[in-house]
Write a new protein. Structure first.
Length: 495
């Protein structure tokens, strides 16, 4: 009865196909192949292609022929015959894998370890030989020759272990040995013998560990990575020393060069580095500054977390009141509106901050004001001309300002301490005005909404004792006063 029902379904499906050729082959395939697809999936999961290759290949051949005949619109009865044939051999393959899993237990364990080491990629030749031997062994087992199957399986196991070791070495050690070979060609030993010797020692230790215990390779991998680093380090030292030799530098030159990274880091952290007592004092100053910044960051994150918690509590209180009262009082509505406004302000601030790279600008908040600190905008020495390479940065500023409808803007000019006070004051005013005129020329804003002011050297944000600090002090600050901040200020004045 079930056969009659299935035949009826197939007749209906075939009628639909003939009536509409663009339709139904997917539906027809699903109806015909659903059972054999499930059996094939079981065979694949049990790795029958390598553990029962004879039966699996016969099944696959019949399966693919059935698919081909279906695509060509061949006789349905022949297709069903091929499918039944495929099912039979897939089932035989599944049964054969059960015996193979017992017979080749150690081989499959070695194969799985080789797979984990990505041997197919890093030891391809040996891996393929191992696969061939396992397939040969499995075919012998399918024929009933257990003795020959185990013999061939042993060869496969050894090849899998070899492939695993080759892959581990290629993964971990080959980069280190490659760099060591390069170091030999460059004769690095002349200039960096101790670093090079350490690299060799680490690489050899890693190789010895892999040979002794290939299953616990964490330490070997770490040693290999250190060996790679030290080899690259030795090559770098060799190049640097050769460069110093070619430049005819003496010890004083070398030490002065060594001070430059400290000075650069110190300048970035806004601290003055001095070397009259060696490298330890500036190192300690840098470390202490970093620790201070870490502490400030931790405190700031705690404040943010506390504020977020407070906002969440207020939102829960509002939701609770809404449930109790059904509607909010005027005060409660005002509170809800305030929270929503604060949320939108936060979103706007972060959107603006993401517009600029670290080298272009820093976006800050000062109370209700937003400040775009334009580190990336520089002027020729002693002049207030905006050069073309900065037009794209000022375009970003325009896009940022448009996110604050009806805002007022103050453009502040600042200089470092070099030069006379009066010159710096005049120059800061001229540069601020140049930016104002550029923005007015490129935005549809009334002149009364954008103001320019110069502060000269009177408002430094970093030390004027370092080049990096002076560069930070030479800046244009775009101070944005949003509409809501203006309203709040007006309300405070009325009170």
């Amino acid at each position: 009865m079930n056969s009659i029902k299935r035949l009826g379904v197939l007749i209906v499906l075939l009628g639909a196909v003939w009536a509409n050729p663009g339709m139904a082959q997917d539906n027809l395939r699903s109806q015909l192949f659903s059972e054999v697809d499930a059996i094939k999936a079981q065979a694949d999961q049990r790795q029958a292609q390598v553990l029962a290759p004879s039966n699996y290949n016969k099944a696959l051949k019949a399966y693919q022929k059935a698919e081909q005949d279906l695509r060509k619109g061949r006789n349905l009865q022949d297709i069903r015959k091929r499918i039944r044939e495929a099912q039979t051999y897939f089932k035989k393959a599944i049964e054969a894998t059960k015996l193979a899993e017992v017979t080749f237990a150690e081989v499959t364990a070695a194969r799985n370890d080789a797979i984990s080491a990505d041997a197919a990629k890093f030891a391809r030749t040996t891996w393929e030989k191992a696969e061939e031997k396992l397939i040969e062994a499995a075919k012998e087992l399918e024929k009933g020759d257990v003795k020959d199957a185990m013999k061939r399986g042993k060869v496969a196991e050894e090849l899998y272990r070899q492939a695993e070791l080759e892959a581990i070495k290629a993964n971990f050690l080959t980069p280190a040995w490659t760099l060591l070979d390069k170091a030999d060609r460059l004769k690095v030993e002349r200039n960096a013998p101790r670093t090079l010797a350490r690299a060799r020692e680490l690489a050899q230790k890693a190789e010895d560990l892999l040979r002794q215990n290939r299953y616990d390779n964490d330490e070997a991998r770490q040693l290999a990575q250190e060996a790679k680093y030290e080899a690259a380090h030795a090559i770098f030292l060799n190049e640097l020393i050769e460069k110093y030799k070619d430049a005819d530098l003496d010890f004083e030159d070398v030490f002065l060069l060594a001070e430059q990274p400290f000075q650069k880091i110190g300048g970035t952290l806004d601290i003055v580095t001095r070397f009259d007592k060696g490298y330890d004092p500036p190192t300690e100053k840098i470390i202490n500054k970093i620790k201070d910044l870490q502490d400030k960051l931790r405190l700031a994150l705690e404040v943010i977390e506390k504020r977020n918690s407070e906002i969440k509590t207020l939102q829960e209180q509002i939701a609770s009141m809404e449930r109790r009262l059904g509607s909010l009082t005027a005060a409660e509505k005002a509170l809800q509106e305030k929270l929503e406004r604060q949320r939108k302000q936060e979103m706007t601030f972060f959107e603006v901050a993401k517009m600029f790279t670290r080298d272009e600008a820093q976006v800050l908040r000062d109370g209700n004001h937003v400040i775009i600190r334009l580190y990336g905008l520089t002027f020729p020495v002693g002049r207030a001309i905006i050069e073309p390479q900065f037009f794209s940065l000022l375009t970003k500023v325009q896009n940022a300002l448009r996110k604050f409808p009806n805002a007022n803007v103050i453009i502040e000019g600042h200089t470092d301490s070099q030069g006379s006070d009066q010159q710096n004051q005049t120059l800061s005013e001229q540069r601020a005005e140049a930016v104002r005129q550029y923005l007015l020329a490129n935005m549809n804003w009334s002149p009364g909404r954008i103001h320019a002011v110069g502060y000269g050297e009177s408002r430094p944000i970093a030390s004027n004792e370092t080049p990096e600090g002076r560069a930070k002090n030479r800046r244009i600050d775009i101070v944005i006063i949003p509409e809501w901040a203006q309203s709040e200020a007006a309300n405070q004045m009325q009170r």
